[in-house]
Design a protein around this ligand. Structure first.
Ligand code: SF4
Length: 355
């Protein structure tokens, strides 16, 4: 969406004014074709738009091949150290190769990867992380944002010297501030699409926060074209978080349930109501509806505080109100609040009453 240049990855155009795409990575054993196909299906259903798979050996190329035959979304081969795996992945149908040219061997090997990618017209993502800055740069710049950017710029030059510029770049750090600084610096120096992420962000509790801050700050500054939230978790969770980051920044449409933090005035169980509402909306296929719905704890402040919501409910003592665009339209018993709200949403969205 934000870089000046557009790079095609499978059926997606990345960069320019295109939207920001969500990526995740399979974490089943690379040789286990069946397990990877099952996980890829889960990711696709969760909303993953680009699937990356690591290719450490010959057996895993079969996994890549099977993924390509079963999914229409782009499949990215992640290669470390072995140029042959990169070349084989290209001919097995990979839509993009992710390498760190610093660990792929000599220039001749890099040249073979570039020749294969040129022939098949697929891009290379140059991915340098804070842990993989080459020694000659570490010596002068250390593990810094400048070091990350200098390393990646050297690798871009290497590929450019091989007459290849079909490139996407990432400069992830496990430090949030370094990540933000490195990408910001890089965005000022190149027009290639950028893949964003905070690497090794950790388990769900801290990883979500680090990723939301790092990726969110960059996207809010119009930097970034694809994102990956890296969590020590089921990758399906990465997609949920990534989509929530994009929705929070207005970069994706979809259901947004807002709810008040509760206070001493609250007489209803807001959390249960939100859970019940989400379940009810799911039942009627409305989880992707482009709606903002508010669940507020009191009638006094709720409708006013949430007037930007399309619909809402505010609870009282045993009863509450349903409101639309900040205006109260109906008083309801607490136990019927969710049902009545969902009835109204279905009526307004489809013109029909609930079946
Ligand atoms: S909406 Fe009402 S209950 Fe919720 S935090 Fe605000 S004042 Fe408290």
């Amino acid at each position: 969406m934000f870089s000046k240049r557009v790079v095609n990855v499978g059926n997606l155009a990345i960069g320019g004014h295109n939207r920001v795409f969500v990526q995740s990575m399979l974490n089943r054993p690379s040789e286990d074709v069946k397990a990877n196909l099952i996980q890829a299906k889960e990711l696709e259903e969760a909303g993953c738009e680009i699937i990356r798979v690591s290719i450490p050996n010959e057996e895993s190329v079969a996994t890549l091949f099977a993924l390509k035959n079963n999914f229409s979304c782009p499949i990215v081969a992640d290669i470390h150290f072995d140029y042959k795996m990169a070349v084989e992945s290209v001919y097995a149908g990979a839509d993009k190769i992710r390498i760190n040219p610093g660990n792929i061997g000599n220039k001749e090997h890099l040249g073979l990867i570039v020749a294969a990618c040129s022939e098949k017209k697929i891009p290379i993502r140059i991915g340098v992380n804070s842990g993989s800055i080459p020694a000659y740069i570490l010596k002068t710049m250390g593990r810094t944002p400048d070091g990350l950017v200098a390393a990646v710029q050297d690798y871009v030059r290497l590929l450019n010297n091989l007459d290849f510029d079909n490139i996407i770049i990432s400069v992830k750090s496990s430090d949030v501030i370094e990540t933000i600084k490195a990408y910001t610096l890089l965005a000022g120096h190149c027009d290639h699409p950028l893949h964003l992420g905070v690497t090794e962000a950790g388990t769900f509790d801290v990883g979500v926060i680090k990723s939301a801050i790092g990726i969110g700050a960059l996207l809010a500054n119009n930097i970034g074209d694809t994102i990956r939230v890296s969590l020590t978790e089921d990758p399906v969770k990465e997609i949920e978080v990534a989509l929530n980051v994009l929705k929070s920044l207005g970069l994706r449409k979809g259901l947004d349930i807002i709810s008040c933090p509760t206070c001493g005035r609250t007489k209803i169980n807001i959390k249960n109501i939100v859970d019940n509402l989400r379940q009810a909306l799911d039942k009627y296929g409305l989880l992707d509806a482009n709606l903002k719905i508010a669940v507020m704890g009191c009638v006094v402040n709720g409708p006013g505080e949430a007037k930007e919501a399309d619909f809402g409910i505010a609870g009282g003592n045993g009863e509450g109100v349903i409101f639309k665009d900040g205006k109260v339209i109906k008083k309801v018993q607490e136990e019927h609040m969710v049902d009545e709200l969902v009835d109204l949403i279905i009526l307004m969205q489809t013109g029909r009453v609930k079946q």
